[in-house]
Design a protein around this ligand. Structure first.
Ligand code: SAM
Length: 275
C-alpha cells in the first residue's frame, strides 16, 4: 500500500476504499467551476481530505459531504475550518438515505451531486443516484476514463451498456475533461475523466422505468447472445413474441443489445408489454 501525506502525518491510502487523493491544485477548481454550483446546495461523495470540498464550499451555498473513512475525518474537518457552510456526514454513500439527507439538509435549495468517486463503486453509485430519482439538477463526477465513456455512450453505440441507458433515460451526459494519473496520490494506473449529467425534467422516453429497465437489463444481461435470446431467457417471454416485438420495432432478429437505440428499446417495450 502506498503512503501519502496530504497534511502533516502520513495516511496509508486505503485501496479497498478507492482512495486516490487529488494533489494537482489545478484540477479541483476546474471541477468546481464546471459543476455550475454557484449559490446552490452540493452533495459531495467521498471528500477525503477535502481538496475538492474546499473549492465547492467557496462557490456553493451549502455543501454536505459523505465520507465512509473515519480515519480521514479529523484532517478533513481541520482543512474545512474556515468554511461554515459545510457539513460532514460519516457513512457509506451506498447505504445512507440520500433522499432523506437532501430533504433535511437542503430544504428548498436546488441541489447538485459532485465527487471524485471511489472507482470500485462507480456504476452502483450512479445507478443509485439515477434510479432513486434523487431531486438533483446535475451530477458532476470524476470516474475512470473507460467508465466515463461507457456511462456517456448513447445506446445504439458499441461502447454502451445497461448503465448508459439509465444515464440517457434520466439525463443528458457529457465528458468534460481528462485527468492524468499524476494528478493523484497514490497514482491510479489509468486516466480519469470528469463527466457531467444534466438531469432531464422528463425522462427521454415514455416507457415506465420498471418496464424500460427490466427490458434493458435483460437485453444486456447475456452480451454474447442476440437481444432476442437474451430477453427471452431473462424475462421468460416466448422467443416468437420477442422476435415479433423486435421486428416490429424495425430491427433484424439478429440484433444485439448495443445496436438498439433508446427509441428502439421504447418501441420494443411498447410492442412486448402493451399496457
Ligand atoms: N475527494 C477526495 C479527493 O479528490 O482528493 C478523495 C477522492 S477518493 C478517489 C474517494 C473518497 O471516497 C475517499 O475519501 C474514500 O474514503 C471515500 N469513499 C469510498 N467509498 C465510499 C463510500 N461507500 N461512501 C462514501 N465515501 C466513500
Amino acid at each position: 500500500m502506498t503512503k501519502y501525506a496530504p497534511g502533516k502525518e502520513q495516511h496509508k491510502a486505503k485501496k479497498s476504499l478507492g482512495q486516490n487523493f487529488l494533489v494537482d491544485s489545478t484540477v479541483c477548481p476546474r471541477i468546481a467551476e464546471k459543476a455550475q454550483i454557484d449559490g446552490i446546495g452540493v452533495l459531495e461523495i467521498g471528500p477525503g481530505f477535502g481538496a475538492l470540498t474546499v473549492e465547492l464550499a467557496k462557490r456553493a451555498k451549502k455543501v454536505v459531504a459523505i465520507e465512509i473513512d473515519s480515519d480521514v475525518v479529523p484532517r478533513l474537518l481541520e482543512n474545512l475550518g474556515p468554511f461554515s457552510n459545510v457539513t460532514v456526514l460519516e457513512g457509506d454513500a451506498m447505504e445512507i438515505d440520500l433522499k432523506g439527507v437532501i430533504a433535511e439538509q437542503f430544504a428548498g435549495m436546488p441541489v447538485a451531486i459532485v465527487g471524485n468517486l471511489p472507482y470500485y463503486i462507480t456504476s452502483p453509485l450512479m445507478m443509485r443516484f439515477l434510479e432513486e430519482q434523487l431531486p438533483v439538477q446535475s451530477i458532476t463526477v470524476m470516474v475512470q476514463k473507460e467508465a466515463g465513456q461507457r456511462l456517456c455512450a448513447r445506446p445504439g453505440n458499441r461502447e454502451c451498456g445497461a448503465v448508459s441507458a439509465a444515464v440517457w433515460y434520466y439525463s443528458v451526459p457529457s465528458i468534460l475533461f481528462d485527468v492524468r494519473p499524476g494528478a493523484f496520490r497514490p497514482q491510479p494506473k489509468v486516466t480519469s475523466s470528469v463527466i457531467r449529467l444534466e438531469v432531464r425534467e422528463k425522462p427521454l422516453v415514455s416507457t415506465s422505468p420498471e418496464r424500460f429497465f427490466s427490458l434493458v437489463r435483460a437485453a444486456f444481461g447475456q452480451r454474447r447472445k442476440t437481444a432476442v435470446n437474451a430477453i427471452s431467457a431473462l424475462l421468460g417471454v416466448p422467443k416468437e413474441d420477442v422476435s415479433a416485438a423486435i421486428r416490429e420495432a424495425g430491427y433484424p432478429e439478429t440484433v444485439r443489445a448495443e445496436q438498439i437505440t433508446m427509441e428502439g428499446f421504447e418501441a420494443i417495450a411498447e410492442n412486448l408489454f402493451p399496457n
